[in-house]
Design a protein around this ligand. Structure first.
Ligand SMILES: Cc1cc2nc3c(=O)[nH]c(=O)nc-3n(C[C@H](O)[C@H](O)[C@H](O)COP(=O)(O)OP(=O)(O)OC[C@H]3O[C@@H](n4cnc5c(N)ncnc54)[C@H](O)[C@@H]3O)c2cc1C
Length: 569
């Protein structure tokens, strides 16, 4: 059995920032199924928010209000306040760690505009911000290699929970196929989002809900999963992201008639309204037959920005267009459509990153979560651009501090290694033994398509019911698949199958929560209930598993400074 004081699953921004904190006083194992610098955080383009006020005067109060309004008043405001107050120091700390930020002419950290932010607040490294931060953190972690061991390309299967305490995880070494138990005094999940359940998504292949599902299977509810963010500018049919920075720098959105249609939907903020509003506007134009060439296409027009600005501020976007579809945005419009981008919901935590078990906030000892897999909730019903990298760093650090508070003076609890291992080995063996005729690839594609068409930008009761029935059917078919690679070494097929199992379960949680929220708020839009309904639904939803199926309960929203108001832009 492997032993570490603390084990962290995930080596994106949240996991690595947490590890840097914990390794000051304890020994840490960081587990990641992809090499750390391949974590999805590295794909983040546009920026990280902080009210530095380097371009225009700004304050944490304004950042707080923008975040709450952007989240359609579902955010827990006590958590938002602490988070936006922490932001400026986070930026300076990252800078001192070696993260290179773009600069203003007088040498300050440059800041640009982003959707829903009333001030230019996004600090950035051209359009490769996540890459710059992820590498800076990785370097720092390497520097601390005495107290940190990184398990590259190891897969976490399940949590070990006994007598109300979390004592470790069961994992596989992907290279050898060996299953191992890691015993720990505390476990942190920083496993990222689950956008891969959708057909069109900006998310990396690793975004498959493993963390959420391991928690759910251990009896922990999932919070606000109905809130999935669709980003307005995914590359047509592929979903690859063209950052909102493109609009932050002044890009236009055009329909098939060449009109800047955002005039109709958000006259004051235009292309820089929050993402849920822009994505719905695009989908409405497409549904009304005003897509480009009659297809599901909207045009992102950057031509008027000119070559110099594009090369300085948006070089990656330009290259993506050239590499993937042969379109150069200096001379032509980029074809885009809404793409599944961010999971507002996830594993419920309090503002100290402790995972909670119920609406009363009862903590599960020894279990913490941070970053996109967690729901604090600072983003409410819709996250503003650049607030997520900030979330990952702020709450990654917090989780680290909370872990030290909790674990410094306690001993390991007993773990029944044989039993824990046997459970996972049986699950893997069951997959190997299946000899059915179903094709996992077909099941995966059908899941992604039904989620996109029936639980996407627009939803209604009928569609959601069809979606849930289809997912149940797919789950039955999933049991009748067949593995082609029966080997143990580097058998990536087996992990893809396990990930698909996780996604099928997560998709059902999303659709179930969406069915129960009979209102429209933030990223969740019900055409049969098109208005926000604060009387009935100003609460977080908590979905629990039970022997008779899922149930949903209500958790109150923490409101401190800002009473819910109409959300117009
Ligand atoms: C294309 C794109 C652009 C974005 N741009 C921005 C932006 O400009 N600004 C902004 O604020 N936000 C942006 N976001 C969102 C932001 O990048 C993410 O929300 C954030 O980086 C998530 O960080 P994380 O540390 O929580 O997870 P990730 O960086 O996703 O890391 C997850 C980690 O968990 C590990 N893991 C998962 N499951 C397992 C398992 N079973 N076993 C072992 N390891 C596992 C993975 O290997 C990985 O290391 C963007 C997102 C995308 C997709």
């Amino acid at each position: 059995m492997i032993q570490h004081d603390v084990v962290i699953v995930g080596a994106g921004l949240a996991g690595m920032r947490c590890a840097l904190e914990v390794c000051k006083d304890m020994d840490v194992g960081v587990l990641t199924k992809v090499y750390p610098s391949r974590s999805h955080s590295g794909a983040a383009q546009g920026g990280i928010a902080a009210s530095l006020g380097n371009v225009e005067s700004d304050s944490w109060e304004e950042h707080m209000y923008d975040t709450i309004k952007g989240g359609d008043f579902l955010n827990d405001q006590d958590a938002v306040e602490e988070y936006v107050k922490a932001a400026p120091n986070v930026i300076y700390e990252l800078e001192h760690m070696g993260c290179i930020f773009s600069r203003t002419a007088d040498g300050k950290i440059a800041q640009r505009s982003f959707g829903g932010h009333s001030k230019p607040r996004a600090c950035f490294s051209a359009d490769r911000t996540g890459h710059a931060i992820l590498h800076a953190l990785h370097e720092q972690l390497m520097k601390n290699s005495k107290s940190v061991k990184i398990y590259n390309e190891w897969y976490m299967h399940s949590l070990i929970v006994e007598d109300g305490r979390c004592n470790g995880v069961v994992v596989s070494n992907i290279q050898t196929g060996e299953v191992e138990v890691i015993q720990a005094k505390a476990v942190v999940f920083a496993t990222g989002g689950y956008g891969r359940v959708y057909n069109i998504t900006s998310n990396a292949f690793a975004g498959t809900a493993d963390g959420g599902m391991a928690a759910f299977e251990a009896g922990i509810p999932l919070e606000d999963t109905e809130f999935v963010q669709f980003h307005p500018s995914g590359l047509y049919r592929q979903g690859i992201l063209f950052s909102e920075a493109a609009r932050g720098e002044g890009g236009y959105l055009l329909n098939g008639k060449g009109e800047r249609f955002m005039e109709k939907y958000a006259p004051s903020r235009m292309e820089l309204a929050p993402r849920d509003i822009v994505a719905r506007a695009e989908q409405s134009e497409i549904n009304a037959g005003r897509g480009v060439d009659g297809k599901d296409i909207i045009h992102l027009d950057l031509r008027h920005l000119g070559k110099d600005r594009i090369m300085e501020r948006l070089p990656q976007i330009r290259q993506l267009g050239i590499d993937f579809i042969g379109v150069d945005c200096i001379t032509d419009c980029l074809p885009i459509q809404p793409t599944a981008h961010y999971s507002m919901g996830g594993i419920p935590t309090d503002k100290y990153s402790h995972v909670i078990l119920d609406e009363q906030g009862t903590r599960l000892n020894g279990f913490f979560a941070a970053g996109e897999c967690a729901c604090v909730s600072v983003h409410g019903g819709n996250r503003l651009g650049t607030n997520s990298l900030l979330d990952a760093v702020v709450f990654g650090e917090r989780a680290g501090k909370s872990v030290l508070d909790y674990a410094l003076n306690i001993d390991y609890a007993d773990v029944n290694e044989g039993q824990e291992k046997a459970r996972v080995l049986k699950k893997i063996e069951d997959v190997f033994q299946r000899d059915g005729s179903e094709c996992y690839e077909d099941i995966r594609n059908e899941m992604k398509k039904i989620m996109m068409s029936h639980c996407g930008v627009f939803r209604d009761e009928e569609k959601l019911k069809v979606c849930i029935d289809t997912l149940k059917d797919l789950q039955e078919r999933y049991k009748k698949g067949k593995v082609t690679d029966k080997g143990k070494l580097f058998n990536t097929e087996i992990y893809e199958i396990i990930e698909l199992g996780n996604m099928l379960s997560m998709a059902q949680v999303i659709a179930f929560a969406a069915l129960h929220r009979q209102e429209s708020r933030g990223g969740h839009f019900r055409t049969d209930f098109p208005k926000r309904d604060d009387e009935k639904f100003l609460h977080h939803s908590m979905v629990y598993g039970s022997p008779d199926g899922m149930i949903v309960k209500k958790k109150p929203v923490v409101i401190t400074k800002h009473q819910p108001a109409e959300r117009t832009y």
